[in-house]
Design a protein around this ligand. Structure first.
Ligand code: HEC
Ligand code: HEC
Ligand code: HEC
Ligand code: HEC
Ligand code: HEC
Length: 509
């Protein structure tokens, strides 16, 4: 490996940083968290605003990533069954650049009470302000004004109204994604972390908090920390909906494995009044866990992390701009321009082939796990149906109590549904399709498939206790794809050609 290249990359970043400090000092500008807008923070850095604005682009798909926010539900209709009964089964799209963080949160149907209530989720009562944690640069200021718990539990749209009242309509979307203030200090623009949930979780793991930088860390370590504030699995804890990361079982300075997250949620579930799960699966009635963008967790076990390569090394490489070396602030798929990889992997076509093979293999393993989980879902549905006809259950008049009694009769299979699904989802929600840690991704998917198949066997045993014999399904049914929700809008649009070609290569027999 070319360690020298990496060192000079890092040193280059530090050098430019120093020259920018003096520039800021000369202009004697005041940056502060009470106005985190790109406009204010970027005044003497027009070239950084320019790079940031490149994230408005939505024209570059890759086989599994890219910035075209097409509908993942149309590309992978199986998701509507795998997440049945949860808002994700109604609207879920490929993500795009930081420019859109607040816009997309505003516009997603998962944040639209009326839509969800009229599409089968009658009990959905609106998202909490906690959603904003990773989607707006105003968070540190809001937390200061409202207090941490109140910020989290206040309904999302109330907090939006407060922002609009105090700071004007311009608060909507544009410039309100991830801002300079998320990653930089106001005084000298060095790297810092700003998000309470991340600092809390890291302190719990044994890291040390820091007044100025959020966490005590070297500049090199900060090149992971700044991203890991948001690109992580999370849940909202307790009645105050406090944003929490399930990391208590993840030891300091060690790679994470998914069993640590599962253990965490199991421990919470066993506590009186503890977090039980994200939702109840509509078809099987299992209590489920939904995973979300665990990039920090997955990357921790990757080969590159072992070699000291950070998120920033791959997603914000040094580029040349107006004759100067600068850190690229257009955060996108590294596959759009693999300059970041070239310092270590010289041959471009070779590295592209390696990425393609890794991602396509991961996609195949995903599909195998999905087949197994869908088969388990179909079998549970059949068994529930037959059980409902038995006197033992049909005599229970209250519908909910009848369902609960049936669930109790097949509990081991429902447990396997939860365990298989959170594993498959972990790899799917992690946005690199295996690249961040290929071997770990494949191990987890293998386990997901195995647990789902075990679930089917356990179901068969439980069913036979009630005199019900079933033939196990091999391949679960895939539902038909949903319609485009907003015709004419790029968000939720039909999947681009690049993705269709990739999927044709990955069809299972
Ligand atoms: C070795 C280089 C490397 C490192 C280190 C790395 N990534 Fe990635 N990342 C990639 C590649 C390659 C992809 C796949 C892009 C694609 O499929 O278009 C990717 C995909 C992503 C995506 C989805 C991008 C898209 O276009 O959909 C996100 C988000 C992401 N990475 C965040 C992170 C975070 C956060 C970290 C650190 C915790 C990190 N990455 C570390 C190389 C890297
Ligand atoms: C811990 C940080 C964090 C929290 C909290 C969070 N998000 Fe996100 N969100 C992200 C990241 C990172 C991405 C980009 C990666 C991805 O889409 O997987 C994202 C992407 C999205 C997207 C675009 C892609 C899609 O899923 O359609 C939407 C919409 C969204 N989030 C809505 C929400 C809502 C609603 C909530 C509250 C329930 C929420 N987010 C809470 C970090 C967060
Ligand atoms: C998601 C995190 C993030 C955001 C948002 C961000 N930066 Fe940076 N910025 C970095 C990282 C990482 C570096 C590299 C620092 C290092 O390792 O030396 C950097 C470096 C810089 C530097 C030093 C020179 C260089 O190119 O390395 C300047 C100046 C800078 N950023 C300005 C800005 C401005 C202005 C904004 C808002 C328009 C902004 N940044 C937004 C993460 C971020
Ligand atoms: C304040 C929270 C936050 C921080 C800090 C943050 N991200 Fe993100 N990131 C998001 C959200 C939210 C999205 C999804 C935006 C959308 O789809 O609207 C996203 C999207 C992305 C994407 C997808 C871009 C595309 O074209 O599809 C990449 C890549 C990415 N982030 C990498 C990083 C890296 C690397 C860092 C650290 C240098 C970082 N992010 C820091 C919240 C954050
Ligand atoms: C600082 C050096 C460095 C950088 C930068 C780097 N890599 Fe690597 N990469 C390595 C090393 C070392 C290995 C392991 C040895 C090998 O297989 O060649 C590796 C292995 C890989 C593998 C094999 C699978 C695995 O993870 O073990 C893939 C795929 C890969 N790199 C992709 C990328 C991509 C894509 C980028 C750019 C976004 C990138 N790398 C940037 C050093 C680097």
């Amino acid at each position: 490996m070319k360690i020298l290249a990496l060192i000079s990359m890092l040193a280059g970043g530090a050098l430019t940083l120093i020259s920018s400090f003096s520039l800021a000092e000369e202009a004697n500008v005041k940056r502060s968290d009470s106005d985190p807008t790109i406009r204010s923070w970027g005044k003497e850095y027009p070239e950084y605003i320019e790079m940031y604005m490149q994230m408005k682009d939505t024209t570059k798909p890759t086989e599994y990533g890219g910035n075209v926010p097409y509908s993942k539900l149309i590309r992978f209709p199986q998701l509507t069954e795998l997440w049945a009964g949860y808002a994700f089964a109604l609207d879920f799209n490929e993500e795009r650049g930081h420019y859109y963080s607040q816009i997309d949160q505003y516009e997603t149907k998962r944040n639209d009470k009326e839509f969800l209530n009229s599409h089968g989720l009658k009990k959905f009562n609106g998202q909490p302000g906690a959603c904003m944690n990773c989607h707006s640069g105003w968070v540190p200021e809001l937390v200061r004004e409202m207090g941490w718990e109140k910020f989290n539990k206040t309904p999302y749209w109330d907090t939006v109204a407060k922002l609009k009242k105090e700071h004007g309509e311009g608060i909507h979307g544009a410039e309100m994604g991830s801002t300079c203030a998320d990653c930089h200090t106001p005084d000298d623009m060095s790297l810092r972390v700003t998000r309470p949930a991340y600092i809390n979780a890291m302190v719990q793991r044994g890291y040390e908090a820091d007044n100025k930088l959020g966490l005590k860390a070297t500049q090199k370590e900060m090149r992971n920390h700044v991203c890991q504030q948001c690109h992580v699995e999370y849940y909202f804890k307790g009645p105050n909906k406090v944003l929490t990361f399930p990391w208590a079982n993840w030891p300091k300075d060690r790679p994470l494995n998914i069993e640590m997250i599962e253990q965490y949620y199991d421990n919470e579930r066993a506590k009186e009044g503890g977090f039980q799960g994200d939702w109840i699966h509509q078809t099987t009635k299992a209590s489920m866990l939904k995973m979300q963008h665990p990039e920090a967790e997955m990357t921790s076990s990757g080969r590159h992390t072992k070699d000291g390569v950070s998120c920033v090394d791959c997603h914000m490489p040094l580029i040349e701009k107006d004759g100067e070396q600068v850190t690229d602030h257009n955060l996108d798929s590294p596959l759009n321009d693999i300059i970041a990889c070239k310092s270590c992997h010289e041959n471009e076509s070779e590295i592209r082939k390696m990425v393609q093979d890794t991602q396509r293999f991961t996609a195949k393993e995903m599909a195998k796990a999905e087949n197994a989980i869908l088969a388990l879902i179909d079998d549970i549905e059949k068994v529930r149906h037959e059980m409902a006809d038995l006197d033992k259950f049909s005599s229970i008049k209250d519908k909910q109590k009848r369902q609960d009694a049936i669930s109790e009769g097949i509990q081991p299979a429902l447990e396997m549904h939860r365990r298989a699904s959170m594993r498959w989802d972990f790899v799917g929600a992690e946005n690199s399709t295996g690249i961040h840690s290929p071997r770990e991704a494949w191990r987890i998917l293998g386990d997901a498939e195995k647990l789902a198949r075990e679930g089917q066997q356990l179901l068969k045993e439980s069913a036979s206790n009630f005199g019900i014999q079933i033939r196990l399904t091999n391949k679960g049914a895939i539902p038909t794809a949903p319609e485009v929700i907003n015709p004419g809008n790029i968000v939720g649009s039909m999947p681009p050609m690049t993705t269709i070609q990739a999927d044709d290569q990955c069809l299972l027999p």
